[in-house]
Design a protein around this ligand. Sequence first.
Ligand code: PHB
Length: 400
Amino acid sequence: MEDRVEHERREFLKGGTAIAATAAAGVLLRAPAALAQQAKVKVGVMLPYTGTFAALGVAITNGFRLAIEERGGKPGGREIEYFTVDDESNPAKAPENANRLVQRDKVDVVIGTVHSGVAMGMAKVIREAGTLWINPNAGADEITGPLCAPNIFRSSFSNWQTTYALGKVLKARGHRNPVFITWKYAAGEQVLAAFNEGLKKEGGTLIRELFLPFPQVEFQALLTEIASIKPDAVVAFFAGAGAAKFLKDYQAAGLKGKIPLYGSGFLTEGVLEAVGDAAEGVETTLHYGDGLDTRKDNAFRLAYAKAYRMQPDVYAVQGYDAGQLLAVGLEAVKGDIGSKAPMIKAMETARIDSPRGAWTLSRAHNPVLDIYLRKAVGKQNKVMGIAWKALADPARGCRA
Ligand code: PHB
């Protein structure tokens, strides 16, 4: 196919009789379309590569590229051209960064981001432009709630999904009066609210909400406060480098072993190598974990380790699934990313064969997820069972 197009291109450029001959054969008229088919799909990647979430951005990028490479680098027959921006997890710069990709680079699809506040800034730009957007992490409930739209997809989770099931876990462990500690920003507030909703249903009471500004990691004052409150459990949402620091500080403050620590799985994800035994025994809920031992997960882990010389985590999986979801769309329209309606149709009805377990999308374009209960054992977030089967975000306010 490529050879024929290249041949036609040369004939076209030669001019003279060659043009006349090929035009007579009807080839000339088709050539520009054929050439257009060969243009690369422009993928705008907006992720953090610096700051507390830097490792998350790298894992998502790696996972995404792996999914593309597994399709010979050409999902739907189209090569990919990447446009990348480091969003620094800085919400103030989000509209400008998103505009750079959408307006200046004119990308066909945006992949991003990690931080919920940054995602909210992207949403405004992307909803106005109508650009296809696959969000491979940021859990902001609004994105698949009141801001839901045909061009907006998520390959990760909503904040609500990550902690709603934890109330049930705490009840099973006999805890009724926990405190919650997190960063004061969109994601922290939403995971806290979802946890509280689940806890109340189980008859528990959240006795204190403890916040510090994102991305601060001076936990000492709050840990002292926890020691004096003496709750029967602590539930935490932190991620990346901030999570590693929190786990170490919790142990250093003498709280580990005294007050059991729980969290959304981001607390212990991708940090076990760095924290020694500070996370040992911490139980969390998340849509991925170690030891799933499925054909798909084993193959993914092997391929990821081979390609990047590191172990994948949930962020790598979400990036990989963003690549898989894009590929489903591109394959359905044979690479013609301009065919928006059929492409979106194929994506919203996709069944993604994910390392975390197969998932489909809700009406709001958010994955319906099995939420695992995990326990940090050595260097693994060992899957202990399913905390909630097929948990769908309630998509409050989505009217698309
Ligand atoms: C978010 O801001 O939505 C967020 C960030 C890091 C995570 C999870 C959610 O690990």
